[in-house]
Design a binder for this molecule. Sequence first.
Ligand code: KIV
Length: 274
Amino acid sequence: MSAQSKDKARRLAAPDIAARKGGEPVVCLTCYTAPMAGLLDAHCDVLLVGDSVGMVLHGLPNTLAVTLDMMILHAQAVVRGSSRALVVVDMPFGSYEASPEQAFANACRVMKETGAGAIKVESGPTAASTIAYLTQRGIPVMGHVGLRPQALLVEGAFKAKGRIASERERVLEEARLTDEAGVFSMVVEGVAESLARDVTAAVSAPTIGIGASSACDGQVLVTDDMLGLFDWTPRFVRRYADLKTEIGLAVERYAADVRARRFPGEAETYFGKS
Ligand code: KIV
């Protein structure tokens, strides 16, 4: 194998993403299963096993009930189904906030049991010391500032950030502290364009926006949203397919064929040798 083809076959790692600051945009999508990982892998730099899995696949009303075991199971599937993209695993609510030691123990479980390349934590006011503790001990960390879904119960609702000055300052400060703590990249969620621009300029790590304008160094979407698997999608999502309609039509045709005894036909039937 030549050095070049060896390099092509190598899975992307956290430093490869860190090196993309201000350069080629980072392409990221959420992913929770092996078959979907197989479909996304060739096109994405990062597959994010987000705790959104709780809402998208498990029908939960928010991300708060998602457990570490759920994240590990889905991350194992995504690592198995991909070979090129960096797999990043969200640390769920309650698995990292108590202390840097708790975060390290749980992040080690994720890394050892899944083979993923990095973890992600929502960068609340006290996260910087935890992020520094993890990165200094060999765990690549992606931060997450702006709208933080795990803060839902104290915030009351999912609201875009950065419309008032004090909030802008708070998000900017959290982004700076997250950056200084050593993240290799950070998600910036649900912020006004001017704040996304200021955060991106203020930090050395690439910013990966979701509902945060084109001012970021990369973009992430929930895959099921951009594929049109839900009736409602937030304003910041562009739908690249209408799979809900496609699936509905396919299942309708299947049900009609079964009821009319058109399926299975000869082509789908095993016949014994006579
Ligand atoms: O859980 C998730 O999917 C996320 C993305 C929305 C960034 O954190």
